[in-house]
Design a protein around this ligand. Structure first.
Ligand SMILES: *Cc1c(COP(=O)(O)O)cnc(C)c1O
Length: 427
């Protein structure tokens, strides 16, 4: 089994393994408890908080996709975070990136400050001295998120893992933004991989779920004990849906990425799009590392609206194919404003340190026809340009980034989207 390629593992997740009737698609075991075969003889399953056959099939698939020894399937991504933190005691130090997922940041800072659950050191992995800072902290666990949210900054997983080994620290990578289709942290030296399966793994925005994949079997057993003890394990229904989602993971990711590349091309020639954050761009500071450690650049894109923040509402309201919502990784395109949505739990100072500006916009590019996505963006930018003109301004005025980042103002006020050669295949 382990020699199979990811696309095969994903497509055949749980297929043709039903011991009862030979069902090709696995049944969903909606049961809380299990009959003992005989008095004092426990069966394989006893209670669904501990073990459930549907959840186990999902765990097996995730284990194979990430190359771990054990996978714990949890009821949310956040509960997978809580589970991972069980490796720490109050004397241990946790290192986290300064720009990690807002909910994770809230969990770490509150557990450390209000509960004294562990010591916390927040590191900017984009600074040259990250290795010194980590060595000085002598952590038990180093938490990575690459690409980061929402600025898509890249951390060199192998370099951090090499340092961690010398410090006898564990490394966890939150792999939510790429999925195992595009990055395999255990192969890069990580000990734990975390997923919010809510995102690309399930892929259809109809459940919340999480998973923790563990390289070492003994640590996996310890965390499995904690998962049952804490009661963070996932229900059968969500596991069933996630298993179904995973079967199309590879073709979905391919379609997401193709569309994302076209959206980036479009944004690059759109004067009202300011700085673009996408690791696929050659001038992205993490481009070379992303190319080396990822199998693709993913489908998350952030950019600054090159206009005053008061025009954000005009832009969001004009869009029809991009839905204004938190979350990411579903087949539908979503757009969000990290400052007031995903990262609202970070205070203004933390947002500023993390580089999240007031006009930052994040896109989760879906698998719709790219022509519709580009036309939608085009008409929303045109609505912003019209609103700026109505206010008597220049389309690029009020832009709060450095002048060198402002693209030349369009020759005509009316923008006409010109055919990009990269789009030829779609036209
Ligand atoms: C969404 C997300 C989480 C939290 O997962 P939930 O399923 O929402 O609990 C953690 N990390 C990242 C990177 C996420 O995007």
């Amino acid at each position: 089994m382990s020699t199979r390629r990811s696309a095969t593992v994903a497509a055949r997740a749980g297929i043709a393994q039903d011991p009862a009737y030979g069902a090709v698609t696995p049944p969903m075991y909606l049961t809380s408890t299990y009959e003992l075969p005989a008095f004092k003889q426990p069966g394989k399953y006893d209670y669904s908080r501990s073990n459930n056959p549907t959840r186990d099939l999902l765990g097996d698939a995730l284990c194979q996709l990430e190359g771990g020894a054990k996978a714990l399937v949890t009821n949310t991504g956040m509960s997978a975070c809580v589970l991972a933190l069980q490796v720490l005691t109050p004397d241990d130090t946790l290192v986290i990136p300064h720009d990690c997922y807002g909910g994770s940041y809230r969990l770490f800072t509150n557990l450390a400050n209000k509960k004294r659950a562990f010591k916390l050191v927040i590191v900017n992995f984009q600074q040259d001295n990250w290795a010194e800072l980590i060595s000085a902290a002598s952590p038990k666990l180093i938490w990575l998120e690459t690409p980061s949210n929402p600025l898509l900054q890249i951390t060199d997983v192998r370099a951090v893992c090499d340092l961690a080994k010398t410090l006898q620290a564990l490394v966890l990578v939150d792999n939510t933004f790429l999925s195992p289709a595009l990055q395999n942290p255990i192969a890069l030296g990580a000990d734990l991989v975390l997923h919010s399966t809510t995102k690309y793994l399930n892929g259809h925005s109809d459940i919340v779920g999480g998973a923790l994949i563990v390289k070492d079997a003994a640590l996996g057993d310890e965390l499995k004990w904690w998962a049952n003890c804490l009661g963070v394990t996932a229900g059968a229904f969500d596991s069933h849906l996630t298993l179904r989602g995973i079967r199309t993971l590879l073709p979905r990711i391919k379609a997401h990425q193709e569309n994302a590349a076209l959206v980036v091309d479009y944004l690059q020639q759109q004067p009202l799009a300011g700085k673009i954050y996408y690791p696929g761009l050659k001038d992205h500071p993490g481009h070379a590392i992303a190319k080396a450690q990822q199998h693709g650049f993913g489908a998350m894109i952030s950019f600054d609206l090159a206009a005053d923040a008061k025009y954000l509402g005009v832009f969001f309201e004009a869009l029809e194919c991009f839905t204004l919502a938190q979350s990411l990784g579903g087949i539908e395109s979503l757009i969000c404003h990290p400052g007031t949505m995903t990262h609202a739990s970070m205070d203004a100072a933390a947002q500023k340190t993390a580089g999240i500006g007031p006009t930052l916009i994040r896109l989760s590019v879906g698998i719709e026809d790219p022509r519709d996505l580009l036309a939608d963006l085009e008409q929303a930018f045109a609505a912003v340009a019209a609103a700026i003109r109505a206010d008597g301004g220049n389309a690029a005025a009020g832009h709060d980034t450095a002048p060198s980042e402002v693209k030349p103002a369009p020759v005509q006020n009316e923008q006409h989207f010109r055919l990009n050669p990269a789009l030829a295949a779609f036209w």
